[in-house]
Design a protein around this ligand. Structure first.
Ligand code: PMP
Length: 381
Protein backbone atom coordinates (compact mmCIF):
# COMPACT_ATOMS: atom_id res chain seq x y z
CA UNK A 1 0.00 0.00 0.00
CA UNK A 2 1.29 3.49 -0.83
CA UNK A 3 1.62 5.65 2.27
CA UNK A 4 -0.32 8.89 2.28
CA UNK A 5 -0.32 11.53 4.98
CA UNK A 6 -3.89 12.70 5.47
CA UNK A 7 -4.42 16.44 5.17
CA UNK A 8 -7.60 16.06 7.23
CA UNK A 9 -6.78 13.35 9.75
CA UNK A 10 -9.72 14.18 12.04
CA UNK A 11 -12.31 14.22 9.26
CA UNK A 12 -14.60 11.26 8.64
CA UNK A 13 -17.79 10.78 6.67
CA UNK A 14 -20.23 13.62 7.39
CA UNK A 15 -23.04 13.02 9.86
CA UNK A 16 -25.54 13.84 7.09
CA UNK A 17 -24.32 10.92 4.98
CA UNK A 18 -24.28 8.62 8.01
CA UNK A 19 -27.82 9.46 9.18
CA UNK A 20 -29.36 9.44 5.69
CA UNK A 21 -27.78 6.03 5.01
CA UNK A 22 -29.08 4.68 8.31
CA UNK A 23 -32.57 6.06 7.62
CA UNK A 24 -32.59 4.34 4.22
CA UNK A 25 -31.27 1.09 5.68
CA UNK A 26 -33.96 0.81 8.37
CA UNK A 27 -36.74 2.48 6.36
CA UNK A 28 -37.07 5.46 8.76
CA UNK A 29 -38.67 8.80 7.88
CA UNK A 30 -35.70 10.97 7.04
CA UNK A 31 -35.84 14.35 8.78
CA UNK A 32 -32.07 14.36 9.12
CA UNK A 33 -30.43 15.79 6.00
CA UNK A 34 -31.66 19.18 4.76
CA UNK A 35 -33.45 18.42 1.52
CA UNK A 36 -37.10 18.47 0.40
CA UNK A 37 -38.97 15.22 -0.35
CA UNK A 38 -41.27 16.93 -2.86
CA UNK A 39 -40.68 18.00 -6.46
CA UNK A 40 -39.29 21.29 -7.67
CA UNK A 41 -41.27 23.43 -10.09
CA UNK A 42 -42.22 21.65 -13.37
CA UNK A 43 -41.99 25.07 -15.05
CA UNK A 44 -38.33 25.35 -14.01
CA UNK A 45 -37.63 21.80 -15.22
CA UNK A 46 -39.30 22.75 -18.53
CA UNK A 47 -37.06 25.80 -18.86
CA UNK A 48 -33.92 23.73 -18.32
CA UNK A 49 -35.16 21.14 -20.85
CA UNK A 50 -35.83 23.85 -23.34
CA UNK A 51 -32.34 25.29 -22.83
CA UNK A 52 -30.84 21.86 -23.58
CA UNK A 53 -32.93 21.56 -26.72
CA UNK A 54 -31.91 25.05 -27.79
CA UNK A 55 -28.27 24.02 -27.64
CA UNK A 56 -27.08 25.37 -24.27
CA UNK A 57 -24.87 22.32 -23.90
CA UNK A 58 -21.28 23.56 -24.08
CA UNK A 59 -19.10 25.34 -21.54
CA UNK A 60 -20.65 28.42 -20.02
CA UNK A 61 -18.43 31.49 -19.53
CA UNK A 62 -16.15 30.98 -16.50
CA UNK A 63 -18.13 33.31 -14.21
CA UNK A 64 -21.52 32.08 -15.43
CA UNK A 65 -24.01 32.97 -18.18
CA UNK A 66 -24.41 36.73 -18.27
CA UNK A 67 -28.22 36.31 -18.43
CA UNK A 68 -28.14 34.50 -15.07
CA UNK A 69 -25.67 36.89 -13.46
CA UNK A 70 -27.94 39.76 -14.46
CA UNK A 71 -30.95 38.09 -12.91
CA UNK A 72 -29.01 37.40 -9.70
CA UNK A 73 -27.88 41.00 -9.55
CA UNK A 74 -31.47 42.15 -10.05
CA UNK A 75 -32.74 39.83 -7.31
CA UNK A 76 -30.14 41.10 -4.83
CA UNK A 77 -31.04 44.65 -5.73
CA UNK A 78 -34.78 43.96 -5.28
CA UNK A 79 -34.23 42.35 -1.90
CA UNK A 80 -31.44 44.38 -0.33
CA UNK A 81 -31.10 47.57 -2.33
CA UNK A 82 -27.49 46.76 -3.20
CA UNK A 83 -26.02 46.75 -6.69
CA UNK A 84 -23.56 44.00 -7.63
CA UNK A 85 -22.06 44.39 -11.10
CA UNK A 86 -22.85 41.17 -13.04
CA UNK A 87 -19.61 41.61 -14.96
CA UNK A 88 -17.24 41.74 -12.01
CA UNK A 89 -19.09 40.98 -8.77
CA UNK A 90 -21.29 37.91 -9.36
CA UNK A 91 -20.06 34.36 -10.07
CA UNK A 92 -22.22 31.28 -10.60
CA UNK A 93 -21.01 28.23 -8.64
CA UNK A 94 -21.78 24.53 -8.33
CA UNK A 95 -23.81 25.11 -5.15
CA UNK A 96 -23.10 26.82 -1.85
CA UNK A 97 -20.40 24.37 -0.78
CA UNK A 98 -18.21 25.11 -3.80
CA UNK A 99 -18.70 28.82 -3.28
CA UNK A 100 -17.63 28.50 0.37
CA UNK A 101 -14.58 26.40 -0.47
CA UNK A 102 -13.55 28.71 -3.28
CA UNK A 103 -13.96 31.82 -1.13
CA UNK A 104 -11.87 30.38 1.69
CA UNK A 105 -9.14 29.09 -0.62
CA UNK A 106 -8.96 32.40 -2.46
CA UNK A 107 -8.16 34.52 0.58
CA UNK A 108 -6.90 32.37 3.48
CA UNK A 109 -3.13 31.99 3.81
CA UNK A 110 -1.23 29.70 6.20
CA UNK A 111 -1.63 30.82 9.83
CA UNK A 112 -4.48 33.21 9.07
CA UNK A 113 -7.10 32.97 11.78
CA UNK A 114 -10.75 32.48 10.95
CA UNK A 115 -13.48 32.93 13.54
CA UNK A 116 -16.21 30.30 13.26
CA UNK A 117 -19.32 30.21 15.42
CA UNK A 118 -20.36 26.74 16.49
CA UNK A 119 -22.55 24.78 16.10
CA UNK A 120 -21.43 25.28 12.48
CA UNK A 121 -22.10 23.78 9.09
CA UNK A 122 -19.37 21.25 8.64
CA UNK A 123 -17.67 22.46 5.45
CA UNK A 124 -16.01 25.58 6.90
CA UNK A 125 -13.39 23.99 9.17
CA UNK A 126 -11.90 21.52 6.66
CA UNK A 127 -11.63 24.23 3.97
CA UNK A 128 -9.78 26.54 6.38
CA UNK A 129 -7.44 23.76 7.51
CA UNK A 130 -6.63 22.68 3.95
CA UNK A 131 -5.39 26.22 3.32
CA UNK A 132 -3.21 26.09 6.44
CA UNK A 133 -5.52 28.51 8.24
CA UNK A 134 -6.39 28.30 11.91
CA UNK A 135 -9.98 27.78 13.03
CA UNK A 136 -10.84 29.94 16.04
CA UNK A 137 -14.10 28.40 17.20
CA UNK A 138 -16.52 30.18 19.45
CA UNK A 139 -19.22 27.99 20.92
CA UNK A 140 -22.76 29.33 21.11
CA UNK A 141 -25.28 27.91 23.54
CA UNK A 142 -28.94 27.00 23.47
CA UNK A 143 -31.68 28.03 23.54
CA UNK A 144 -30.95 31.25 21.58
CA UNK A 145 -27.43 30.63 20.29
CA UNK A 146 -26.75 34.36 20.54
CA UNK A 147 -23.30 35.56 19.49
CA UNK A 148 -21.38 36.86 22.56
CA UNK A 149 -19.74 39.87 20.91
CA UNK A 150 -17.55 40.66 23.90
CA UNK A 151 -15.95 37.25 23.42
CA UNK A 152 -15.58 37.83 19.70
CA UNK A 153 -13.74 41.05 20.48
CA UNK A 154 -11.34 39.11 22.70
CA UNK A 155 -10.78 36.50 19.99
CA UNK A 156 -9.85 39.03 17.33
CA UNK A 157 -6.08 39.42 16.87
CA UNK A 158 -3.71 40.83 14.28
CA UNK A 159 -3.91 37.41 12.59
CA UNK A 160 -7.71 37.43 12.22
CA UNK A 161 -8.39 37.35 8.49
CA UNK A 162 -12.00 36.28 8.35
CA UNK A 163 -15.21 35.87 10.31
CA UNK A 164 -17.69 33.30 9.01
CA UNK A 165 -21.38 34.01 9.49
CA UNK A 166 -24.37 31.87 8.66
CA UNK A 167 -27.76 33.52 9.01
CA UNK A 168 -30.31 31.98 9.08
CA UNK A 169 -28.19 29.43 10.81
CA UNK A 170 -27.91 25.71 10.25
CA UNK A 171 -28.54 23.88 12.58
CA UNK A 172 -29.98 26.31 15.14
CA UNK A 173 -32.49 28.37 13.15
CA UNK A 174 -31.04 31.54 14.74
CA UNK A 175 -30.85 34.77 12.71
CA UNK A 176 -28.72 37.90 12.95
CA UNK A 177 -30.41 40.98 14.40
CA UNK A 178 -29.65 44.68 13.94
CA UNK A 179 -27.78 44.56 17.26
CA UNK A 180 -25.53 41.81 15.86
CA UNK A 181 -24.90 43.88 12.75
CA UNK A 182 -23.96 46.92 14.85
CA UNK A 183 -21.61 44.91 17.05
CA UNK A 184 -19.99 43.22 14.06
CA UNK A 185 -19.57 46.54 12.26
CA UNK A 186 -17.86 48.07 15.29
CA UNK A 187 -15.43 45.14 15.46
CA UNK A 188 -14.39 45.04 11.79
CA UNK A 189 -14.42 48.75 10.95
CA UNK A 190 -10.91 49.94 10.09
CA UNK A 191 -9.54 46.36 10.19
CA UNK A 192 -8.51 44.11 7.29
CA UNK A 193 -11.03 41.49 8.34
CA UNK A 194 -13.08 39.74 5.66
CA UNK A 195 -16.50 38.20 6.14
CA UNK A 196 -17.66 34.98 4.57
CA UNK A 197 -21.43 35.14 4.84
CA UNK A 198 -23.15 31.83 4.14
CA UNK A 199 -26.66 32.96 3.24
CA UNK A 200 -28.07 29.80 1.71
CA UNK A 201 -31.26 30.20 3.79
CA UNK A 202 -31.66 33.93 3.04
CA UNK A 203 -35.34 33.57 2.08
CA UNK A 204 -36.31 31.46 5.09
CA UNK A 205 -36.81 34.13 7.76
CA UNK A 206 -40.07 34.00 9.70
CA UNK A 207 -42.49 36.06 11.78
CA UNK A 208 -42.05 39.24 9.74
CA UNK A 209 -38.34 39.58 10.56
CA UNK A 210 -35.91 40.68 7.84
CA UNK A 211 -32.83 38.87 6.63
CA UNK A 212 -29.75 40.83 7.66
CA UNK A 213 -27.67 39.84 4.65
CA UNK A 214 -24.30 41.51 4.32
CA UNK A 215 -25.45 43.16 1.06
CA UNK A 216 -27.75 45.40 3.12
CA UNK A 217 -24.96 46.96 5.17
CA UNK A 218 -22.31 48.98 3.25
CA UNK A 219 -19.53 48.70 5.86
CA UNK A 220 -19.97 44.92 5.87
CA UNK A 221 -20.71 44.53 2.17
CA UNK A 222 -17.32 45.92 1.11
CA UNK A 223 -15.50 43.14 2.99
CA UNK A 224 -17.92 40.26 2.35
CA UNK A 225 -17.98 37.21 0.17
CA UNK A 226 -21.64 36.15 0.21
CA UNK A 227 -22.47 32.56 -0.74
CA UNK A 228 -25.93 31.38 -1.77
CA UNK A 229 -27.51 28.11 -2.93
CA UNK A 230 -30.23 27.73 -5.55
CA UNK A 231 -30.90 24.26 -4.12
CA UNK A 232 -32.55 25.81 -1.06
CA UNK A 233 -34.37 28.39 -3.14
CA UNK A 234 -35.86 26.07 -5.76
CA UNK A 235 -36.27 22.85 -3.71
CA UNK A 236 -33.71 21.01 -5.84
CA UNK A 237 -30.59 20.47 -3.73
CA UNK A 238 -29.41 17.81 -6.20
CA UNK A 239 -28.86 20.36 -8.93
CA UNK A 240 -25.93 21.83 -6.97
CA UNK A 241 -26.27 25.36 -8.28
CA UNK A 242 -25.45 28.56 -6.41
CA UNK A 243 -23.48 31.76 -6.58
CA UNK A 244 -21.09 34.10 -4.85
CA UNK A 245 -21.35 37.89 -4.53
CA UNK A 246 -18.39 40.06 -3.62
CA UNK A 247 -16.90 43.47 -4.39
CA UNK A 248 -14.77 43.39 -7.56
CA UNK A 249 -11.38 43.20 -5.79
CA UNK A 250 -12.47 40.15 -3.77
CA UNK A 251 -14.30 38.58 -6.70
CA UNK A 252 -11.14 38.92 -8.79
CA UNK A 253 -9.35 36.61 -6.34
CA UNK A 254 -12.39 34.31 -6.02
CA UNK A 255 -12.46 33.76 -9.79
CA UNK A 256 -8.75 32.89 -9.92
CA UNK A 257 -9.57 29.82 -7.83
CA UNK A 258 -13.00 29.17 -9.35
CA UNK A 259 -11.57 28.84 -12.85
CA UNK A 260 -9.26 26.03 -11.79
CA UNK A 261 -11.66 24.33 -9.40
CA UNK A 262 -14.61 23.91 -11.77
CA UNK A 263 -13.86 26.39 -14.59
CA UNK A 264 -17.58 26.83 -15.21
CA UNK A 265 -20.94 25.45 -14.10
CA UNK A 266 -23.69 23.40 -15.81
CA UNK A 267 -24.84 25.52 -18.77
CA UNK A 268 -28.47 24.43 -19.41
CA UNK A 269 -29.34 24.77 -15.73
CA UNK A 270 -27.94 28.29 -15.74
CA UNK A 271 -30.03 29.19 -18.80
CA UNK A 272 -33.19 27.65 -17.27
CA UNK A 273 -32.70 29.35 -13.91
CA UNK A 274 -32.04 32.71 -15.60
CA UNK A 275 -35.41 32.41 -17.32
CA UNK A 276 -37.21 31.27 -14.16
CA UNK A 277 -35.79 34.09 -12.01
CA UNK A 278 -37.40 36.70 -14.26
CA UNK A 279 -40.48 36.27 -12.10
CA UNK A 280 -39.67 37.47 -8.54
CA UNK A 281 -42.74 35.62 -7.23
CA UNK A 282 -40.72 32.42 -7.37
CA UNK A 283 -38.74 33.57 -4.34
CA UNK A 284 -41.02 36.10 -2.68
CA UNK A 285 -43.45 33.49 -1.28
CA UNK A 286 -40.84 31.15 0.13
CA UNK A 287 -40.83 32.37 3.74
CA UNK A 288 -44.59 31.94 4.00
CA UNK A 289 -44.43 28.48 2.44
CA UNK A 290 -41.88 27.29 5.00
CA UNK A 291 -43.37 29.20 7.92
CA UNK A 292 -46.57 27.17 7.52
CA UNK A 293 -44.55 23.97 7.64
CA UNK A 294 -42.62 25.22 10.67
CA UNK A 295 -45.79 26.19 12.53
CA UNK A 296 -47.54 22.88 11.92
CA UNK A 297 -44.44 20.92 12.83
CA UNK A 298 -44.00 22.93 16.04
CA UNK A 299 -47.70 22.53 16.92
CA UNK A 300 -47.36 18.78 16.56
CA UNK A 301 -44.17 18.64 18.62
CA UNK A 302 -45.87 20.52 21.46
CA UNK A 303 -47.66 17.27 22.17
CA UNK A 304 -44.38 15.36 22.55
CA UNK A 305 -41.89 15.32 25.44
CA UNK A 306 -39.36 17.27 23.41
CA UNK A 307 -38.83 20.92 24.30
CA UNK A 308 -38.93 23.23 21.32
CA UNK A 309 -36.07 25.65 20.75
CA UNK A 310 -36.75 28.90 18.86
CA UNK A 311 -36.76 28.64 15.07
CA UNK A 312 -36.51 32.12 13.53
CA UNK A 313 -35.22 30.98 10.17
CA UNK A 314 -33.87 28.08 8.04
CA UNK A 315 -35.81 24.85 7.65
CA UNK A 316 -34.54 23.22 10.79
CA UNK A 317 -36.29 22.78 14.11
CA UNK A 318 -34.12 21.94 17.10
CA UNK A 319 -35.53 20.21 20.16
CA UNK A 320 -34.11 19.51 23.59
CA UNK A 321 -34.66 16.20 25.38
CA UNK A 322 -33.08 17.43 28.61
CA UNK A 323 -34.72 15.73 31.57
CA UNK A 324 -36.20 12.98 29.40
CA UNK A 325 -33.12 10.80 28.94
CA UNK A 326 -29.39 11.12 29.67
CA UNK A 327 -28.33 9.49 26.42
CA UNK A 328 -25.75 11.16 24.19
CA UNK A 329 -27.47 13.00 21.36
CA UNK A 330 -25.75 10.81 18.76
CA UNK A 331 -26.92 7.65 20.55
CA UNK A 332 -30.46 8.97 20.81
CA UNK A 333 -30.53 10.00 17.14
CA UNK A 334 -29.48 6.48 16.13
CA UNK A 335 -31.97 4.87 18.54
CA UNK A 336 -34.86 7.04 17.33
CA UNK A 337 -34.00 6.15 13.73
CA UNK A 338 -33.92 2.42 14.44
CA UNK A 339 -36.66 2.07 17.05
CA UNK A 340 -39.06 4.91 16.34
CA UNK A 341 -38.40 5.22 12.61
CA UNK A 342 -37.55 8.95 12.51
CA UNK A 343 -34.05 10.16 11.60
CA UNK A 344 -32.63 13.43 12.95
CA UNK A 345 -29.19 14.99 13.32
CA UNK A 346 -27.47 15.23 16.73
CA UNK A 347 -26.39 18.85 17.16
CA UNK A 348 -23.11 17.80 18.86
CA UNK A 349 -21.93 16.90 15.33
CA UNK A 350 -21.75 20.62 14.56
CA UNK A 351 -19.27 21.33 17.38
CA UNK A 352 -15.55 20.60 16.93
CA UNK A 353 -15.40 19.36 20.52
CA UNK A 354 -18.61 17.35 20.16
CA UNK A 355 -20.34 19.49 22.80
CA UNK A 356 -23.58 17.76 23.68
CA UNK A 357 -26.44 19.94 24.94
CA UNK A 358 -28.93 17.07 24.40
CA UNK A 359 -30.40 18.61 21.28
CA UNK A 360 -31.58 17.07 18.00
CA UNK A 361 -32.22 18.82 14.71
CA UNK A 362 -35.17 17.95 12.47
CA UNK A 363 -35.57 19.19 8.88
CA UNK A 364 -39.15 20.27 8.13
CA UNK A 365 -38.70 20.84 4.38
CA UNK A 366 -40.92 17.84 3.79
CA UNK A 367 -44.41 17.04 2.48
CA UNK A 368 -47.11 17.55 5.09
CA UNK A 369 -47.87 13.82 5.05
CA UNK A 370 -44.21 13.05 5.84
CA UNK A 371 -44.23 15.53 8.73
CA UNK A 372 -47.55 14.17 10.04
CA UNK A 373 -46.27 10.59 9.94
CA UNK A 374 -43.06 11.67 11.73
CA UNK A 375 -45.01 13.62 14.36
CA UNK A 376 -47.19 10.63 15.13
CA UNK A 377 -44.04 8.65 15.95
CA UNK A 378 -42.28 11.48 17.79
CA UNK A 379 -45.29 11.94 20.05
CA UNK A 380 -44.90 8.25 21.04
CA UNK A 381 -41.38 8.96 22.31
N1 PMP B 1 -24.33 26.16 3.93
C1 PMP B 1 -25.25 25.67 4.75
C2 PMP B 1 -25.45 26.31 6.06
C3 PMP B 1 -26.01 24.56 4.37
O1 PMP B 1 -26.92 24.06 5.21
C4 PMP B 1 -25.79 23.98 3.10
C5 PMP B 1 -26.55 22.77 2.62
N2 PMP B 1 -27.00 21.91 3.57
C6 PMP B 1 -24.82 24.53 2.28
C7 PMP B 1 -24.11 25.63 2.72
C8 PMP B 1 -24.48 23.94 0.94
O2 PMP B 1 -25.29 24.27 -0.09
P1 PMP B 1 -25.22 23.45 -1.45
O3 PMP B 1 -26.03 22.19 -1.26
O4 PMP B 1 -25.78 24.35 -2.47
O5 PMP B 1 -23.78 23.12 -1.69
Amino acid sequence: MIAVTSKLPQTGTTIFTVMSALAAEVGAINLSQGFPDYHCSPALIGMVNKAMQQGYNQYAPMAGLMSLREQISQKVNNLYGAWYDPGTEVTVTAGGTQAIFTAISAVIHPNDEVIVFEPAYDSYGPAIKLMGGIVKSLELSPPDYRIPWDMVRRLVSSKTRMIILNSPQNPTGAILSQVDIDELTAIVKGQDILILSDEVYEHLVYDGQIHHGMARHPELRKRSLITVSFGKLFHNTGWKMGYCLAPANLMHEFRKVHQFLVFSVNTPMQAGIAEYLKNPEVYMGLAEFFQQKRDRFRDGLQQSRFKLLPCKGSYFQCVSYEGVTDEKDSDLAIRLTKELGVASIPVSAFYTQGTDHHILRFCFAKKQETLDAALEKLIEF
